[in-house]
Design a binder for this molecule. Structure first.
Ligand code: PEP
Length: 251
């Protein structure tokens, strides 16, 4: 909407061995040139597969990204991967603050902010994830929660070039449940309003994705909700035909 180019992004989470490159190849071969004129497509495999995925998609507009990063460029952080390292492999995006990182790795909004700065420093686009739990929604706090997560997480001076937002209700991730279009529209309108108020109208160009149990069967309905500028897809991104079916919601 409003000239924002849709982005369909796949998050493989901790899934995929080298044999899974066949999935990337099938996605690459299944996307028509016409569709790729209209949407951006991104796959975020585990870090171990980034190089192979970059190779498999070279010459195609499909982008490859990381799922998480360390905020610092390098140093004594055993097991961590920096934005510079992802960029060095040819990745162009990185997911920041996914709810699984927040839940299992205790990531805070301040930590998300630091990581988003790290992504920008290395020239990666950060996909900043926000979303409420079911308990928070039932308490009527969904908007307050996601607005606070966005306000703290997003770096000052964020642009559409370096930042994407993903609204992912925690209770919709991997559950097969989704909010109603009306509920999604309410959250996206609220986040949109915050972004639109950012300096220089740049915020108006920043995309807001919806994520949480997006499937081929519901993609068209979810992607047509006002202010939804694409999808962040977990489970359904592991199967080429499912991910392609979601991309084709934009045909
Ligand atoms: C996700 O992990 O970002 C996600 C939205 O997962 P799923 O599509 O499986 O709900």
């Amino acid at each position: 909407s409003e000239g924002r180019r849709p982005l369909v992004a796949g998050n493989w989470k901790m899934n995929g061995l080298r044999s899974s490159i066949a999935t990337v190849e099938a996605i690459r071969d299944g996307l028509s040139p016409q569709l790729l004129q209209d949407i951006d497509v991104l796959i975020c495999p585990p870090a171990t597969l980034i190089s192979a995925c970059v190779e498999a998609t070279s010459g195609s507009p499909i982008a490859i990204g990381g799922q998480n990063l360390h905020a610092r460029p390098n140093g004594a952080f055993t097991g961590s991967i920096s934005a510079e390292m992802f960029a060095d492999l040819g990745a162009s995006y990185v997911i920041v603050g996914h709810s699984e990182r927040r839940a299992y790795h205790y990531e805070t909004d301040d930590g998300v902010h630091a990581k988003a700065l790290g992504a920008r420093r290395a020239g990666l686009r950060g996909i900043i994830c926000v979303g409420e739990t079911m308990e928070e929604r039932q308490q009527g706090r969904a908007l307050d929660i996601v607005r606070a997560q966005l306000a703290i997480g997003i770096p000052k001076g964020a642009t559409a070039e370096d930042t994407v937002i993903a609204y992912e209700p925690v209770w919709a991730i991997g559950s097969g449940r989704t909010p109603t279009p009306k509920e999604i529209a309410e959250v996206h309108a609220s986040l949109r309003e915050m972004l639109d108020k950012m300096a220089g109208n740049e915020g108006a160009k920043i995309r807001i994705l919806y994520g949480g149990s997006v499937k081929p069967g519901n993609a068209r309905e979810l992607m047509s909700v006002e202010n939804v500028d694409g999808a962040l897809v977990g489970g359904a991104s592991l199967v080429a035909e499912d991910f392609l079916g979601i991309c084709r919601a934009y045909e």
